[in-house]
Design a binder for this molecule. Structure first.
Ligand SMILES: *[C@@H]1O[C@H](CO)[C@@H](O)[C@H](O)[C@H]1NC(C)=O
Length: 621
C-alpha cells in the first residue's frame, strides 16, 4: 500500500486542487486510516466516520461520491453521514484463518477531484468459537494388564479463535482410574494424555465412561466435550473355578455303559479365549479312565464299562479344568457305587459226618457249612432253612457258619437216607437264593432183635420117620443191616434128656430147618418141645426164642395101651407111657387147658388139624 501511495503520490500531486492543503494531507494520505472492529459486528454497525477522518464535510460525501472499494466489499459508506458501515458478515477466522493479526484493506475513493485513500480495518478476534473435538466419542481399548502410570494420547480439540480465546486447557471427569496430563508438543501446542492411576480389572468393571472437556481462555470461557469410552481388554488373570470343590454322586452298580454320572462345571471370569475351558482327568490311573469317560468340552462324565460294587465300591477321580491361557483348577469327583442284589448266596459244605448213627441223640452235629454273598448289607445278609420237614435243623453259628444237627429220632430201618436241601436266601429286594442238597446216610445200630414169624410152632411127625428127615423150619427176621440183621438159629432148651437131645434133633444155624436125627417111636415118645433161638451177629447180639412142639404121630404098630398126661417142668405137656407123679407146684386142675393153649398155633392150619387129631387121640385114650 505504501508502494501504491509512493507511486501515486508523484502522479497525483499535479492534480491536487488544494495545493495549500497538500502538505497537511500528504502524510495522511500515504498513511492508511486504521480502524479496529471486533469480528462479527452486525450489518450496519458503524466502523468509524470515514468522511470526518478524511477531512470531508458532510455535503462533500455525496457531492464527491465518497465510496469504498475492495476485493470483497464488506463495508459501505453512509451517503449522508459519511460513516463507514459494516455491509456483510465479518468472520475473522474465515478471513484470516490462523493469522494472529487480521487486517482488511480497502480504498476510499472520492471524485472531483478523484482521490484514493487507503483504509485498514483491523478485525479483532472475539471468542466466538468453542473448542471442538474431531469426534464426539473417543473409543479406547486398554488391557487390564497395563500397569499404572502408562499413558494414552488423546485426540486434540481445536478452537479457531486466537490467543486468549483459543484452547487453553483440558479437564477430565473425576474418576478413580484415570487422570489427565497435558503435555507440550515439541512443535508447540499441547496434547492431552490419559494416564492410568490404578490397575483395571475387567472382571469388576469392563468399561469406563469419561468426559474430556477442552476449555478456551475466553471470558467467559467456552468449552467442548468428547465422551471417552474405555473398553477394558481381558487379560488371562483369572483361573477357572469349579462350582464345587468336591462332587459326590451315587450310582447303582447295574448302570449300563453310557450312563451319565454327573457334570462338573468350572467358570472363568475372563472372557473369550481366556475363558475357554477344557476338562481332563488328572492323575487318574488307566484302569479308571477306562471305566469313565469325560467330555473335555462339557465336563460330562459317563460310564463306559459295567460297574461292579463287589469289585470297586467307590471311585475318587481328580478333574482338571484348564483355560486356553493355561491357568487351571482341580476338583474331586467321588462316585459311590451302590450295591444291587446281583449275587446269589453261595453255600459251601465244610464237613459232613460220615457216620450218623440211628440212635444219635437230638442235637448231634451232622454237617458244617458256610454261606457267602458278595453283595453288601441286606443284599448280602443270608438266612438258611431246610426246604421240607426232615429230622434235622440248622443252628446258626458265627460269621455265616452253620451247623446241621439232628432234631428228633432217627430210624435207619424206616428211613435209611435223607436228601436234605439247604436253601440260603438273602434279604435283597427281590431276594436271591440258592440251594444245595446233601444226602445223609443213617448208620445202622443193632436196635432190632430177630423176630420169629410165628409166636410158637407145632409140627406133627408120623413115627418111624427116616433119620435125617427135615421135620420143621423156623424163621426169624431182623431188619438191621449186615451182621446186625444176620440171624442164626440154635436149640437152646428142650424137654428131652439134655444129653440125648442131639441124638433126637438138630437145627441148621443158617436155615432154621429142624432135622430128626433118628426114627421116632410114638410108643416111647409122643411129643416133645424145643426152645429155638434166633440170634443176630450184632455186638452186642440180640436174640429171640420160640417154642417148637413136635407131636409124634401113631402108626398102628402096637396093641393099645394107657397113657398118662402130665406137665413138664416148663409147663409144657409131657407124655409118658407110665403114670408118674406131677410136681406139686405145677400141676393144677387147669393144666390140660394150659397145655392146649401153649401148643395151639392158630395160624398154621395143618398143624392145627394134626394137633386136634392128636388131642383127640389123647382124650380117647
Ligand atoms: C436222594 O437223591 C438221590 C439222587 O437224586 C436219589 O437217587 C435218591 O433216591 C434220593 N433219596 C431219597 C430218600 O429221596
Amino acid at each position: 500500500m505504501g508502494g501504491s501511495c509512493a507511486q501515486r503520490r508523484p502522479a497525483r500531486r499535479p492534480q491536487v486542487l488544494f495545493p495549500f492543503l497538500l502538505p497537511l494531507f500528504y502524510r495522511a494520505l500515504c498513511e492508511p486510516i486504521r480502524y479496529s472492529i471486533p469480528e462479527e459486528l452486525a450489518e450496519g454497525s458503524v466502523v468509524g466516520n470515514l468522511a470526518k477522518d478524511l477531512g470531508l464535510g458532510v455535503l462533500e460525501v455525496s457531492a464527491r461520491k465518497l465510496r469504498v472499494s475492495a476485493e470483497k466489499l464488506l463495508f459501505k459508506v453512509d451517503a449522508e453521514s459519511g460513516d463507514l458501515l459494516v455491509k456483510d458478515r465479518i468472520d475473522r477466522e474465515q478471513i484470516c484463518k490462523e493469522r494472529r493479526i487480521c487486517e482488511l484493506q480497502l480504498e476510499a475513493v472520492v471524485e472531483n477531484p478523484l482521490n484514493i485513500f487507503h483504509i485498514i480495518v483491523v478485525v479483532e478476534d472475539i471468542n466466538d468459537h468453542a473448542p471442538q473435538f474431531d469426534k464426539d466419542e473417543i473409543n479406547l481399548e486398554i488391557s487390564e494388564s497395563v500397569s499404572p502410570g502408562v499413558g494414552t494420547i488423546l485426540d486434540l480439540a481445536k478452537d479457531p479463535d486466537i490467543s486468549m480465546n483459543s484452547l487453553s486447557k483440558y479437564q477430565l471427569s473425576p474418576n478413580e482410574y484415570f487422570s489427565l496430563v497435558v503435555k507440550d508438543n515439541p512443535d508447540g501446542g499441547k496434547y492431552p494424555e490419559l494416564v492410568l492411576k490404578k490397575t483395571l480389572d475387567r472382571e469388576t468393571q469392563s468399561a469406563h465412561y469419561l468426559v474430556l472437556t477442552a476449555l478456551d481462555g475466553g471470558v467467559p470461557p467456552r468449552s467442548g466435550t468428547a465422551q471417552i469410552r474405555i473398553l477394558v481388554v481381558d487379560a488371562n488373570d483369572n483361573p477357572p473355578v469349579f462350582s464345587q470343590d468336591v462332587y459326590r454322586v451315587s450310582l447303582g452298580e447295574d448302570s449300563p455303559p453310557g450312563t451319565s454320572v454327573l457334570m462338573v462345571s468350572a467358570s472363568d471370569k475372563d472372557e473369550g479365549f481366556n475363558a475357554e475351558i477344557t476338562y481332563s482327568f488328572f492323575g487318574v490311573d488307566d484302569k479308571v479312565q477306562h471305566v469313565f469317560s469325560l467330555d473335555s468340552a462339557t465336563g460330562s462324565i459317563r460310564t463306559q464299562q459295567p460297574l461292579d460294587f463287589e469289585d470297586v465300591e467307590r471311585y475318587t477321580v481328580d478333574v482338571e479344568a484348564k483355560d486356553r491361557g493355561s491357568l487351571s483348577a482341580r476338583c474331586k469327583v467321588i462316585i459311590e457305587i451302590l450295591d444291587e442284589n446281583d449275587n446269589n448266596p453261595e453255600i459251601t459244605i465244610t464237613s459232613l459226618s460220615d457216620e450218623i448213627l440211628e440212635d444219635s441223640r437230638p442235637g448231634m452235629v451232622v454237617a458244617l457249612f458256610k454261606t457267602r454273598d458278595r453283595d453288601s448289607r441286606e443284599n448280602g445278609e443270608v438266612t438258611c432253612n431246610l426246604s421240607r420237614y426232615v429230622p434235622f435243623q440248622i443252628h446258626s453259628s458265627s460269621n455265616n457258619y452253620y451247623k446241621l444237627v439232628t432234631d428228633g429220632t432217627l430210624d435207619r430201618e424206616q428211613t435209611p437216607e435223607y436228601n436234605v436241601t439247604i436253601t440260603a436266601t438273602d434279604k435283597g429286594k427281590p431276594p436271591l437264593s440258592s440251594s444245595i442238597t446233601i444226602t445223609l446216610h443213617i448208620t445202622d445200630v443193632n436196635d432190632n432183635a430177630p423176630v420169629f414169624q410165628q409166636s410158637a410152632y407145632l409140627v406133627h411127625v408120623p413115627e418111624n420117620n427116616p433119620p435125617g428127615a427135615s421135620i420143621a423150619q423156623v424163621s426169624a427176621s431182623d431188619p438191621d443191616l449186615g451182621p446186625n440183621g444176620h440171624v442164626s438159629y440154635s436149640i437152646v432148651a428142650s424137654d428131652l434128656e439134655p444129653r440125648a437131645l442131639s441124638s433126637y434133633v438138630s437145627v441148621s444155624a443158617q436155615s432154621g430147618v429142624v432135622f430128626a436125627q433118628r426114627a421116632f417111636d410114638h410108643e416111647q415118645l409122643r411129643a416133645f418141645e424145643l426152645t429155638l433161638q434166633a440170634r443176630d451177629q450184632g455186638s452186642p447180639a440180640l436174640s429171640a426164642n420160640v417154642s417148637l412142639r413136635v407131636l409124634v404121630g401113631d402108626r398102628n404098630d402096637n396093641a393099645p395101651r394107657v397113657l398118662y398126661p402130665t406137665l413138664g417142668p416148663d409147663g409144657s405137656a409131657l407124655f409118658d407111657t407110665v403114670p408118674r407123679a406131677a410136681p406139686p407146684d405145677t400141676l393144677n386142675k387147669d393144666s390140660s387147658s394150659v397145655v392146649l393153649a401153649s401148643i395151639l398155633t392158630p395160624s398154621v392150619e395143618a398143624d392145627k388139624k394134626a394137633f386136634k387129631q392128636s388131642a383127640r387121640d389123647f382124650v380117647d385114650t
